[in-house]
Design a protein around this ligand. Structure first.
Ligand code: KG4
Ligand code: ZN
Length: 337
């Protein structure tokens, strides 16, 4: 089954064709980062406008690269939530029009489910149930994936997402947007023990996260040093800051896995590209636990992950009509249709 899939929830316009949920036939991603960089973050109206400008030609390009014709397509999948509402609506309406015009089933896909599904594209043996941690610019979740379309949230952030904390920290260090990858690179040369940034744990909710404190701490640290005229080591700060964020992520995830007797662990989302997080999970996991991490090319937003999850949504009968809407916020536990 060939699924044409669209992703436009934030600042990547992405189109892919995925076969049977597991094989990428073609995958094109246009990143708008260079545009939003000027503003230090994503400007929603500009994101929507670029999606509109790009999506049609990218669909043609994706088909061209796949070597398939439109007759070979069996369904259309699209990210319908969560994300920037204007940006989501561009992909959703394009997908709707495409599906209607060609008489194909329309499959709405939850963005965070799709991030998890990116792993299906590279690990043929990976099947639910497993425990997943999704860490991106907008989300930090620990989720029990009971089945391909059945999820239970066990931990979540009470305030900022891990990616947001990375981006804010990077900004205060004067690094360009998006800062996560910049901090990651700088951190490699720094001392993670140079500054002790706060690590928040909740007794009652041991798998939940909070990153607003660490964010404030780096802002205060930099301001104080500047006022006193002290020199700052950017690499030490990046390493210490990454250590604080990834330390809590890894600890909570591994603790949740142990408490719930989970042997299969999966990470996903933009922050799952972080080298310190990957190393901590590799080192910290038990011998009988298997850890799945997406290749860096599939950590960030892409269309292929939408096609992967779309396949399993289709098998579960989750096909929408033209009344389908987009939602800026939507729980991973709920069905879009
Ligand atoms: O999943 P994603 O591409 O978009 C959302 O769904 O939000 O995640 C983007 C986030 C950004 O905050 C970015 O800074 C962060 O992922 N990120 C990283 C790294 N690469 C991307 N954070 C830390 N280390 C990285 N290597
Ligand atoms: Zn994402």
């Amino acid at each position: 089954m060939n699924i044409l899939s669209f992703e436009s929830s934030c600042d990547e316009t992405a189109v892919a064709i995925v076969r049977d949920g597991r094989e990428i036939v073609a995958d094109v991603v246009f990143s708008q980062i260079d545009v939003h960089k000027i503003y230090g973050g994503v400007v929603p109206e500009i994101a929507s406008r670029f999606h509109i400008e790009k999506i049609s030609q990218m669909t043609a390009e994706c088909l061209r690269r796949s070597g398939l014709s439109e007759e070979d397509l069996d369904a259309v999948a699209v990210t319908a939530a969560p994300g920037l509402i204007g940006a989501l609506l561009v992909g959703l309406n394009f997908a709707k029009g495409y599906a209607y015009a060609r008489g194909l089933p329309l499959i709405p896909v939850h963005h965070i489910r799709a991030h998890v599904a990116a792993n299906y594209l590279v690990y043929p043996e990976l099947k639910p149930p497993f425990l997943a941690m999704i860490v991106s610019g907008g989300h930090s979740h620990i989720v029990l994936v009971r089945d391909y379309t059945d999820y239970q949230i066990l931990g979540r952030t009470k305030d900022d997402a891990a990616g947001e904390a990375f981006d804010k920290g990077a900004r205060i260090l004067g690094l360009p947007y998006p800062g996560g990858v910049q901090i990651d690179r700088l951190a490699e040369k720094g001392n993670p023990a140079a500054v002790r940034f706060p690590r928040v744990h909740f007794k009652e909710d041991p798998y939940d996260f909070s990153f607003s404190g660490v964010k404030t701490a780096i802002v205060n640290h930099v301001h104080r040093a500047k006022q006193k005229g002290e020199a700052l080591s950017l690499s030490d700060l990046a390493a210490s800051y990454s250590d604080a964020i990834t330390g809590v992520l890894a600890e909570n995830f591994l603790r949740c896995a142990a408490d719930h007797h989970q042997k299969t662990l999966v990470i996903a989302g933009g922050v799952s590209a972080n080298s310190m997080l990957r190393a901590k999970l590799e080192q910290g996991k038990a011998r009988d636990q298997r850890l799945y991490m997406p290749p860096l090319s599939l950590c960030g937003d892409n269309g292929a992950m939408v096609g992967a999850q779309g396949y399993y949504e289709y098998l579960a009968g989750h096909v929408a009509g033209t009344e389908l809407n987009a939602y800026s916020a939507f729980s991973i536990e709920n069905q879009l249709c």
